[in-house]
Design a protein around this ligand. Structure first.
Ligand SMILES: *Cc1c(COP(=O)(O)O)cnc(C)c1O
Length: 397
């Protein structure tokens, strides 16, 4: 996910537009800003690129998830179903609203298992939050069917799959709400930033107000605006939005190179007996930001991961033992280590995560290795990498 690999003259030009006026804020100062509205411009362009009616830019992907949940009127005691394999931002955003994260197993898509989702639904369930990890998507059709049946909100975390599609729709645009991150290591970057997309006017208006202290954004005098409900400050700055505008222009080029490099690596690894690949649901197209594959057993996977690292190949991840992406490393969540006291709803409804059986997730994550796909690699570098990975894996099989 390489936005940072291509920071260049275009980004500098966009940022300079802002620096020349000094209007670093996305709202107001109409007379001083020389007609530069970088955040607004990004929102219009991103909504169009994502085939969505509305886009709300915010300060991070985590903010996007929090604002999206709040916009759908999720609050204390509401249960949100999320996967065991994701980034900590998933439960952070849910808990920030006093809502309750309900963790369920993943399947060989590396995302939510629809059967596990259905089994976890209670009268308090409000939302299902699939996370399209490592460039590919959840079985969105199955999840939408479940959400429709139980009247639940489908919120896609597409932070790691920008540019992928499902049934011809951009990932993030299939559910009720979609969230993106533009942090420094994502497919495109704002430095820090995030976005929410939706076709729901009410959610869009809620998000617009909520991310800016409840401001209704009517008129030209911020001080005189009203506040139909309270919010917080999750605003993006004009400087960050300006970087994102330049990066958005480069998105399709990034996706093309990712696909080329992914294909070379994949064709090489496909020749190894014993390796299988992450399942992409029918109708889905990856964004090719990672190549994800399985070995036959956990033990062989650990050995292969070690052999790959020792052969000098970088950016291959074994998420199973990673502190930030898999439940095994989240003792802070399992033991409810918040700084302050938790709401009574969270205390009473939270699963006992130390004693929940996630052996189905373990059986998949224990056998998964992911290679990041960079866009700065030359073709020779990708081919050399493929050969080195093949050799390292073959040495343990
Ligand atoms: C990066 C990421 C986030 C959070 O984004 P930030 O901008 O870093 O706050 C959320 N979910 C997933 C899947 C991510 O990869």
């Amino acid at each position: 996910m390489p936005g940072f690999e291509i920071f260049g003259a275009e980004e500098r030009k966009q940022v300079n537009d802002v620096l020349e006026t000094g209007v670093l804020m996305r709202y107001g100062f109409d007379g001083m800003r020389n007609n530069h509205w970088k955040a607004k411009e990004f929102e219009t362009a991103f909504a169009k690129r994502m085939d969505s009616e509305y886009c709300q830019l915010v300060s991070s992907g985590t903010a996007a998830l929090t604002v999206a949940l709040a916009s759908a009127e999720i609050g204390a005691g509401d249960e949100v179903i999320m996967p065991t394999f994701t980034f900590v931002a998933s439960f952070e955003s849910i808990l920030a609203l006093g809502a309750v994260p309900i963790l369920v197993d993943i399947d060989d898509t590396l995302t939510l298992d629809p059967k596990a989702v259905e089994a976890a639904i209670t009268p308090k369930t409000k939302c299902v939050m699939p996370v399209h990890m490592c460039g590919s998507m959840a079985d969105l059709k199955a999840l939408k069917t479940i959400c429709n049946k139980h009247n639940l909100i489908l919120l896609e975390d597409a932070c790691q799959a920008l540019g992928g599609t499902y049934e011809g729709k951009p990932l993030g645009s299939y559910g009720d709400l979609g969230c993106f991150s533009f942090d420094y290591v994502k497919t495109i970057t704002c430095g820090e930033g995030g976005a929410i997309i939706t076709n729901n006017k009410k959610y869009a208006q809620n998000a617009d107000h909520y991310q800016d202290h409840g401001h209704d954004h009517i008129g030209t005098d911020r001080g005189a605006e009203t506040h139909p409900f309270w919010g917080y400050n999750f605003r993006i700055s004009e400087l960050n939005a300006a970087v994102g505008l330049a990066q958005l222009d480069k998105l399709d080029g990034i996706l093309n190179i990712q696909k080329q490099n992914y294909t070379i690596l994949r064709e090489a690894l496909e020749t190894i007996e014993g390796i299988t690949f992450r399942r992409v649901p029918e109708g889905g197209v990856e964004n090719y930001s990672f190549l994800n594959f399985f070995l036959p057993t956990e033990e062989l996977t650990k050995k292969a991961h070690k052999a790959i690292s020792e052969s000098g190949v970088d950016a291959c991840f074994y998420w199973y033992t990673n502190n930030w992406h898999y439940i095994k490393g989240w003792e802070h969540l399992k033991n409810l280590k918040s700084l302050g006291n938790l709401s009574s709803e969270v205390k009473s409804q939270m699963q006992d995560l130390n004693n929940t059986d996630f052996s189905k997730s373990d059986a998949i994550m224990g056998r998964t290795i992911s290679s990041l796909i960079k866009i700065g690699w030359t073709e020779k570098q990708v081919r050399d990498r493929a050969e080195a990975m093949k050799k390292a894996i073959a040495s343990v099989l």
